[in-house]
Write a protein that binds this ligand. Structure first.
Ligand SMILES: [Zn+2]
Length: 317
C-alpha cells in the first residue's frame, strides 16, 4: 500500500477512535465502583481480592501471553481512557507495549506519577538487579531487575498492600472495606503458604533449568536452585553454542527438570532434555494462563502441584 494511503487510513482510524472515546466517556458510569485497569491478570486478581465489588477491574494482557510482548489494541486505549487507576508490573516489563497506549489514552490520572498510576514493583522485593552497566541494546529485557516478582507469594502480599493503600486514597469511603478484604486475603495466603511449604519441603536445594528468567522469585521462595536458562539472556532466543554448553552443564550436575513458559517453542528444551536425560515441564507464570489458575492462590496451587510431582523420585510417583 502506498505511503499516502496508509496515512489516510491511519488518520481515519484516529477520527473513529476519537469518536469512540467521546462516546465512551459520555456512557461511563459516574458513581460506584473504582474503575481499575491492570497490565496483567495477576495484578487484576490481586486488585479483585482487595477491592471486591467496590472495584471494576480488567486486565489488558491475558494470562497465556508473554507479558513482555503483548499486541497493543485500540480497545486498550478506550479502557485506559476511563480508568481511575492503572496498576502496572513495572521494571520495564510492559515497556514494549504499554507506555504509548497510556500516553494515547488522554487520561491525566493514569500517567506515570499521577494519582491513578500504581507501579506495583515499588512495593515488592526485586531480584536480579544488575550491578554493572546495563543496556537494552544488549537485548536483556530485564534491565531494572527481575520483573516476574509476583511469583513469590510474599510479593503478592506486598502488591495487595500497595493496592489497598492506593484504592483507599482514591475512594476513602471504602477504606475500611479494603482493609478488611486485604486482611482476609493475607490470612488465606498465609494458610496456603503453609500448604506450599509442606509440599515443596522435600525438594529444597534441587537444581533446575528454566527457559526464561520468569521463575527466580518462585525458586528462591521454595528453595530450588536455577542453574541455567535456555535463553542466553532474558529475551534472547537460544543459540546453538549456548544450548550445547547448557546441555553439558545439566548432564554434569544431573539436572532433571527444565521449566518452560507456555508461550515459548518447546523444540530446543525438548532436544536439551533428550540429550541430558531431563524432562520438560510447562508451568503457567500468570493467573488465567490455564483455567485451573483462576486466582492468585490457585496459580501457586496449580504450579507447585505440577512441580512437586515432576520432582518426585520415579519410584514414588
Ligand atoms: Zn522476563
Amino acid at each position: 500500500m502506498p505511503f499516502s494511503d496508509l496515512r489516510q487510513r491511519l488518520s481515519g482510524w484516529r477520527v473513529a477512535l476519537a469518536t469512540l472515546v467521546a462516546a465512551f466517556t459520555f456512557a461511563a458510569p459516574a458513581a460506584g465502583a473504582v474503575k481499575v485497569i491492570t497490565s496483567t491478570e495477576d495484578l487484576a486478581a490481586i486488585v479483585g481480592e482487595v477491592g471486591g465489588d467496590r472495584v471494576d477491574v480488567e486486565s489488558l494482557a491475558r494470562g497465556y501471553q508473554d507479558p513482555h510482548l503483548v499486541e497493543p489494541k485500540p480497545s486498550f486505549i478506550l479502557k485506559l481512557h476511563s480508568a481511575d487507576l492503572l496498576v502496572v508490573v513495572g521494571r520495564e516489563l510492559e515497556v514494549g507495549w504499554l507506555p504509548r497506549l497510556v500516553q494515547q489514552s488522554r487520561n491525566s490520572r493514569i500517567q506515570p506519577g499521577g494519582s491513578g498510576y500504581l507501579d506495583a514493583s515499588l512495593n515488592a522485593r526485586i531480584l536480579d538487579i544488575p550491578t554493572g552497566e546495563v543496556s537494552r541494546a544488549m537485548g536483556d529485557v530485564h534491565p531494572l531487575g527481575n520483573p516476574h516478582y509476583w511469583l513469590d507469594p510474599d510479593n503478592g502480599r506486598r502488591i495487595a498492600q500497595a493496592v489497598r493503600d492506593r484504592l483507599s486514597q482514591i475512594s476513602p469511603g471504602d477504606a475500611q472495606e479494603f482493609a478488611r478484604r486485604y486482611a482476609d486475603f493475607d490470612r488465606r495466603l498465609a494458610e496456603a503458604e503453609k500448604r506450599w511449604d509442606g509440599l515443596m519441603a522435600p525438594y529444597r536445594g534441587v537444581e533446575i533449568v528454566t527457559y526464561h528468567r520468569s521463575w527466580s522469585n518462585l525458586a528462591e521462595r521454595f528453595g530450588l536452585k536455577v542453574i541455567g536458562y535456555v535463553e542466553p539472556k532474558p529475551g534472547i532466543p537460544p543459540s546453538p553454542a549456548h544450548t550445547l554448553a547448557l546441555t553439558q552443564e545439566m548432564k554434569q550436575r544431573g539436572v532433571r527438570l527444565i521449566i518452560v513458559e507456555p508461550y515459548f517453542d518447546v523444540r530446543t528444551p525438548n532436544s536439551i532434555a533428550r540429550a541430558s536425560g531431563a524432562r520438560v515441564l510447562v508451568l503457567t507464570p500468570s493467573v488465567g494462563g490455564v483455567k485451573e489458575a483462576g486466582t492468585y492462590i490457585a496459580l501457586f496451587d496449580y504450579n507447585l502441584r505440577l512441580l512437586a510431582s515432576a520432582l518426585q523420585p520415579a519410584g514414588a510417583r
